[in-house]
Ligand binder design. Structure first.
Ligand SMILES: Nc1nc2c(ncn2[C@@H]2O[C@H](COP(=O)(O)OP(=O)(O)OP(=O)(O)O)[C@@H](O)[C@H]2O)c(=O)[nH]1
Length: 518
């Protein structure tokens, strides 16, 4: 009887161990689910950062993000990951094809240059070497850009010699016109911060007395700067795609192998659980069925040792499982850290670029593209909340005379001062953009009809009172303003047209005034 009590207490101890093992297993599985959730969220965000590279890839990534919202759909997302990896690879090969096309294009250009008879012998030789060099494939966009620059160099040399030999290559009125147009054009192009000083100098040169050489040089420099910008952007997005591709491959492999391990462990554990349960119920049966205590003792000892064996195998299995899980999580974390850094730097570049795309480079006010976005947004608010929305177009009076009398650079500075003053005279909810040249557009939501004239006249007076002093001469700069309120059943474009007509009236009625289309 005493032996059987010992056996019962040992069995109950084993049952407790079994329960503790089950709880530990649940904890591991919860921990694993949490880690997977973090991983899933990360892949979702990563795929967002990759948006805009390629339409099919965008659709796949959108589907992947949708599937990854739910951890139970994770299994369904695995084939998606493989598909995305394939698309990223194809994006890579597309880039390579484009580079190959560019190489073929350059070869054609170089053949055309070879047909120019007046090319000096020395340049002809260089062109021949260069042509042979072009037979090698391009591996990155960086291989392409120097080649374009070399070709421009050839053109320059050939053109330079031709111009040097021609006495009658004088600067003509149409060349001066071209230089002025180029000066206005480069004000409209968004250059990087580190290029802006160079552009400002070039703008000044183009507005002064120029030679044909300077004009050609300016065209070449601008082309070079633009090409550089394109190359930088392309290379940044390419690097990011490669890094993303690599990270996705690693993540997919780790997920696959941990998934397979998990399934194998699950099967093994089921077997072990079955075995342990069988041993425990056998032991229960033995106590009930056997009369002889010695026999009972023997049978129980053998059952207990098999049970111990099964439990220690189970413990070893769980330890192994935990080690594998830890290793795979570590390797994923490392990979994810790398890709997070890559994604952050790519995002910063995109953000910088987006900012440039929406700002007018001269005044740092919103540009026309930003105005159109904001106009749509304000119009939607106006329709939804039934709040008033006014559009005001302002134009600096006789601005041409500022340029003509005091120079273009003074004109530019005047535009900057007026832009700042306009911005400062508006509330947070109001908006001002440079629409073009010396025209600015204001969007004024939530202003009543009885207040609009007062508001716009205050802006007009503010500009009029700026103490401009050019060449020691005190100058007053005035504005003409036309405004219209968006009416019921009217589009924002129609209201804009009415504001423009009102501005026309303000100009015709003597300038320095506000006309409101009521
Ligand atoms: N300095 C400078 N001038 C500019 C810029 N954009 C446009 N302009 C000049 O703005 C002047 C606009 O002239 P017009 O359209 O004839 O009008 P205005 O002289 O202002 O006369 P009204 O509008 O009729 O009062 C032109 O001389 C343009 O060259 C710029 O970015 N910088």
């Amino acid at each position: 009887m005493k032996d059987s009590n010992i056996a019962v207490s040992q069995i109950s101890l084993l049952k407790q161990k079994l329960n503790a093992a089950k709880t530990a297993l649940d904890e591991i599985s919860n921990d694993r689910n949490d880690k997977f959730k973090t991983l899933i969220q990360f892949i979702g965000h990563l795929s967002l950062a990759c948006k805009g590279q390629n339409l099919e890839l965008d659709n796949k990534l959108a589907k992947l993000r949708h599937n990854l919202q739910n951890i139970d759909l994770f299994e369904e997302a695995l084939p998606e990951l493989i598909d995305i990896e394939r698309l990223l690879k194809s994006q890579y090969s597309q880039t390579m094809t484009q580079l190959e096309d560019s190489r073929v294009g350059l070869s054609k250009i170089i053949r055309q240059i070879q047909r120019i008879n007046s090319t000096p012998d020395k340049v002809k030789k260089e062109i021949n070497y260069f042509k042979q060099d072009l037979n090698k494939p391009f591996h990155t966009v960086w291989d392409y850009i120097p080649k374009v620059e070399t070709i421009i160099g050839f053109y320059e040399q050939i053109l330079g010699d031709t111009l040097a030999n021609a006495d009658d290559y004088e600067i003509l009125p149409q060349h001066i016109q071209l230089a002025r147009e180029l000066a206005v054009k480069i004000s409209e192009i968004e250059f990087r911060k580190d290029q802006r000083d160079q552009i400002l100098v070039m703008k000044e040169v183009l507005q002064g007395e120029i030679t044909l050489d300077v004009l050609l040089e300016s065209y070449q420099t601008i082309l070079g700067l633009l090409l550089d910008n394109i190359a930088r952007e392309k290379s940044a997005s390419q690097d990011f795609l490669y890094a993303l591709n690599d990270a996705l491959t690693v993540v997919r492999d780790v997920v696959n192998s941990s998934h397979n391990n998990n399934q194998r462990s699950h099967q093994l554990k089921q077997q072990l659980n079955k075995e342990i349960n069988l041993r425990v119920s056998n032991a229960d049966g033995i106590i009930v069925d056997v009369d002889d205590v010695t026999d009972l003792k023997q049978q129980l000892t053998s059952q207990l040792s098999s049970l111990k064996d099964a439990l220690s195998r189970k413990e070893a299995l769980e330890q192994r499982e935990q080690a594998i899980l830890k290793k795979s999580i570590e390797s994923m974390r490392k990979e994810l850290n790398n890709i997070t850094q890559e994604a952050n730097s790519y995002k910063e570049q995109l953000f910088e670029h987006q900012k440039l795309n929406l700002l007018d480079p001269l005044t740092q006010l919103a540009n026309r593209t930003a105005l159109e976005d904001r106009m749509d947004q304000e119009y939607r608010n106006h329709i939804r909340f039934k709040t008033p929305l006014w559009i005001a177009i302002t134009d600096i009076d006789h601005f041409k005379s500022v340029n003509d009398n005091f120079g273009h650079t003074t004109g530019d500075k005047t535009l900057q001062v007026i832009a700042m003053a306009l911005k400062n005279s508006l509330r947070e909810s109001e908006f001002v953009a440079r629409y073009g040249g010396e025209e600015f557009v204001l969007l004024l939501p939530d202003v009543n009809e009885e207040h609009i004239s007062q508001l716009l006249n205050r802006v007009r007076e503010k500009i009029k009172n700026i103490p401009f002093k050019f060449k020691n001469q005190r100058i007053t700069v005035t504005l003409s303003i036309g405004a219209a309120q968006v009416m019921e059943n009217e589009t924002v474009e129609e209201a804009f047209e009415r504001a423009d007509s009102a501005l026309y009236k303000a100009k015709n009625n003597g300038r320095d005034r506000v006309v409101i289309d009521l």
